[in-house]
Design a protein around this ligand. Structure first.
Ligand SMILES: [Zn+2]
Ligand SMILES: [Zn+2]
Length: 381
């Protein structure tokens, strides 16, 4: 079949402007659109022809080549496997027509929501609680997620193997019903086939015609060391399966880290408060401190004030992106002995009588830390 001249196809002169070309195509596309001419091969061919002509004449480079060399100048670029349903210009056109009538949504939406088209599967969220140790060291854990998967028995068609769905008689397979309302056409999803355009005559026994089945999927999740509460991991493609050939959604694993009995986390730094006998603080000595690698001895220097914090650099949480570690901060707190034996009381009384009497004056540390108002507040507050 020899090709018609593109200007002839659109019915515009060779010197037609952009707007003239667009509006000429708009008219033809609406007239010959397959949805308006169900089953008409002639209309479909006309529609494709117009779309092809428009794709060339609307593009100044292609139009230039066409003007100089005719169809040969395009080297088949505009002609191969042209599918009007994927031609993005179509929605523009319907939207544009709506604008003319001041009713942008009516036809535009009908054009955009194509029946039974591929739809991406839903994203899923899975809340995963892990221990503090797991977050510190990283781990692998198996999770089970209930999700909708494509039915294997019918490959998602919903029809029993060997049977075929029939075309919906209500909408003749278009998935939409159209109503004439005044000037324009209103499209509504066909309720009979729920927009798929097809009716399942013999439903698949496995999925009862749904095309999808609920399954428990086992997944192994690798938890990176250093992950914190509220952070989430995306497992691409592990959500629910798509429909109509659409891609699956993603799975988001949201992390909740259990509290630790000693450690508080702030960023990648860890804080712990360790009760220490006042004799150890006064004389110095070795205590046991918790670290991420287990209990370790720690030497408390002589004359350590209660509340002193020791920073162990690089002994905090690993950074989740692998950039080093935070610090471990150990704060020592004096414990006042309770339930003293007679012997202990006696020893303490001896010690007390040898110590200077406490005076009501601010300590050096307090003078450094606070202004006069800070001290006043402490006394009366
Ligand atoms: Zn099935
Ligand atoms: Zn229908």
């Amino acid at each position: 079949m020899s090709k018609r001249d593109y200007y002839e196809v659109l019915g515009v002169p060779r010197n037609a402007g952009e707007q003239d070309i667009k509006s000429a195509y708009r008219k033809l596309a609406l007239k010959f659109h397959p949805d308006r001419n169900p089953g008409s091969k002639e209309a479909e061919d006309k529609f494709k022809e117009a779309a092809e002509a428009y794709s060339v004449l609307a593009d100044s480079d292609k139009r230039h080549m066409y003007d100089r060399f005719g169809h040969a100048g395009l080297g088949g670029a505009a002609t191969g496997g042209f599918d009007p349903t994927v031609f993005t210009g179509f929605e523009d056109i319907l939207g544009g027509l709506g604008d003319i009538f001041g009713f942008g949504d009516v036809l535009g939406a009908a054009g955009a929501r194509r029946r039974g088209g591929p739809a991406r599967g839903a994203d899923l969220r899975y809340d995963l609680e892990i221990s503090f140790e797991e977050s510190a060291k990283g781990s692998e854990t198996a999770i089970q997620i209930p999700r909708q998967e494509t039915c294997e028995a019918c490959h998602g068609s919903g029809s029993a193997p060997g049977s075929k769905p029939t075309t919906c008689p209500q909408c003749q397979g278009r998935g939409q019903l159209r109503y004439q309302q005044g000037f324009f056409t209103v499209a509504r999803t066909c309720g009979h086939c729920r927009g798929t355009g097809q009716l399942i005559t013999k439903p698949c026994q496995t999925c009862r015609g749904a095309g999808r089945v609920q399954k428990e999927k086992k997944l192994t999740v690798r938890i990176p060391a250093g992950i914190a509460t509220g952070q989430r991991m995306r497992l691409s493609g592990e959500g629910e399966s798509g429909s109509g050939g659409g891609p699956p959604g993603d799975l988001y694993v949201v992390i909740h880290v259990q509290e630790h009995k000693f450690f508080q986390r702030d960023g990648n730094d860890l804080y712990a408060e360790i009760p220490v006998n006042f004799t150890t603080l006064a004389l110095g000595g070795t205590i046991a401190i918790p670290t991420l690698d287990g209990e370790e001895p720690f030497a408390v220097p002589e004359s350590t004030e209660t509340g002193t914090t020791f920073r162990l650099r690089g002994r905090g949480m690993p950074d989740v992106s692998g950039r080093g570690h935070g610090d471990l901060n150990i704060t020592v707190k004096v414990v006042t002995p309770k339930k003293l034996t007679k012997e202990q009381k006696k020893l303490l009384e001896q010690l007390a009588s040898s110590l200077p009497k406490e005076k009501f004056e601010p300590t050096e540390a307090a003078q450094d830390d606070k202004g006069i108002f800070g001290r006043v507040k402490d006394i009366f507050g």
